[in-house]
Design a protein around this ligand. Structure first.
Ligand SMILES: NC(=O)c1ccc[n+]([C@@H]2O[C@H](COP(=O)([O-])OP(=O)(O)OC[C@H]3O[C@@H](n4cnc5c(N)ncnc54)[C@H](O)[C@@H]3O)[C@@H](O)[C@H]2O)c1
Ligand SMILES: O=C(O)C(=O)C[C@@H](O)[C@H](O)[C@H](O)COP(=O)(O)O
Ligand SMILES: [Zn+2]
Length: 369
């Protein structure tokens, strides 16, 4: 039975998030977009193509005139304008017009890049998200943030462009590496910490089933996380205010991701950034040290890093890197802190000294289990 969530805003845009256990029903969901006479280009990466391209292509073929496929080398390093350019060239060569459709089959890298091409090619064509990583199923496929990195700066060039449909199959979680599964847990724990303490506790209580990738429990994770993110982006799709709460852990997380030269997965850096932000929240007396310690244990349970010890990161360089991210507004850094576990707020008063102290604290621990 498909689980379905609706995303809408003032009648301006609306799409469904469908969570299934296989790709078998994808061909039944797409026709609602009136694609019968259209061409569809499936955009995917070199790791996902051998796993899922054939079955997804079979489904997509049922609901359009012609299917093309564009495969690019996997990895964050390829989430850039060079890859977008080769995709534009491909679409031009195949005569894609404004009514044709793109399908992003893959993780957040494919989704962000394909969505950005969808936002800009011919000033915008429709795209469908078929997320295949835990991270993309709970986070990146929803909300319409699309974009690419520029000179290693995360997501520096992009556009808000909503997908026409999100179709996630939990079956794809079984082929993910341990590291990539853990990375998704980084964003999931973030969702609990910023918006829903009960969810955070539920995640901790179901740690064994989650680690074993019990797909029923994973489905619950996907649905609750999607609901949390949906509720935020419906109210503030272009991040004028509340949406920035989803950036909890990303101010320092993005800087660490860049300085580690993308050797760590996105969700791993988010986990480190969340801990540093939680530490600052505790120093300011809003949450307790015991709660931070509990968070450290929670991230570690999901095999996420909880210390930067041995990473060779210089706190001053990390702080410098935050200044070139999108978190700067009118010269002040936009930071997300916890008022309490399950409630975040945007703070513009975090000082460099606080960040430096938090980064030193983060380097002091260990990743030994
Ligand atoms: N747009 C947003 O709102 C948003 C939100 C969160 C993260 N992001 C972005 O998403 C990206 C991270 O996404 P990600 O974690 O999905 O990484 P990813 O897309 O790089 O995928 C991780 C790795 O897993 C492989 N893979 C994908 N699906 C697989 C499967 N089912 N089985 C086996 N291997 C598979 C990929 O080829 C890749 O090597 C980052 O660029 C981040 O900035 C965007
Ligand atoms: O959707 C959002 O908004 C988020 O902030 C979700 C984040 O997990 C995601 O990594 C996002 O891409 C970060 O946004 P950015 O604007 O800082 O690049
Ligand atoms: Zn993120």
């Amino acid at each position: 039975m498909a689980e379905r969530l609706n995303v809408r805003r003032d009648g301006n845009w609306i799409y469904d998030i469908v969570v299934e256990s296989s790709y078998e029903r994808l061909g039944e969901e797409i026709p609602a977009l009136d694609t019968g006479k259209r061409k569809i280009c499936i955009v995917t990466d070199s790791n996902v193509a051998p796993l899922y391209l054939e079955e997804v292509k079979e489904q997509v073929s049922k609901c359009c005139k012609k299917v093309e496929t564009f495969i690019f080398p996997a990895g964050e390093k390829n989430k850039n304008l060079d890859t977008v350019r080769t995709l534009y060239e491909f679409l031009i060569q195949k005569h894609f017009d404004r009514k044709d459709v793109l399908v992003a089959l893959g993780g957040g890298v494919v989704g962000d890049l394909c969505g950005f091409a969808g936002a800009t090619y011919l000033r915008g064509i429709r795209f469908i998200q078929v997320p295949t990583t835990l991270l993309s199923q709970v986070d990146s496929s929803i909300g319409g943030k699309t974009g690419v990195d520029f000179d290693s700066y995360k997501n520096m060039v992009g556009a808000f462009h909503m997908p026409s449909l999100v179709y996630a199959s939990t079956s794809s979680l079984l082929t993910l590496s341990a590291e990539q599964f853990a990375s998704g847990m980084g964003e999931i724990v973030k969702h609990g910490l910023i918006k829903n303490r009960d969810y955070y506790q539920w995640i901790c209580e179901h740690a064994d089933a989650i680690r074993e990738r019990d797909l029923k429990v994973c489905e619950q994770l996907i649905l609750v996380s999607c609901q949390i993110k949906r509720d935020v982006v419906e109210k503030d799709p272009t991040e004028q205010g509340e949406r920035a709460l989803l950036n909890f852990g990303h101010t320092l997380g993005h800087a660490i991701e860049k300085l580690m030269n993308f050797k760590l997965a996105h969700g791993q850096c988010v986990a480190l950034g969340c801990l540093a932000a939680a530490h600052i929240s505790a120093k300011r007396g809003m949450i307790t040290d015991a709660e931070v310690d509990q968070m450290r244990k929670a991230f570690a349970t999901f095999d996420l890093p909880v210390s930067t010890s041995g990473y060779g990161l210089d706190p001053k360089e990390v702080i410098q890197a935050t200044k070139n991210d999108k978190k700067m507004e009118a010269g002040a850094i936009k930071f997300v802190l916890l008022r309490q576990v399950g409630e975040a707020y945007i703070d513009r008063t975090v000082t460099e000294a606080e960040m430096e102290e938090a980064l030193e604290w983060l380097a002091g621990g260990t990743n030994e289990r």
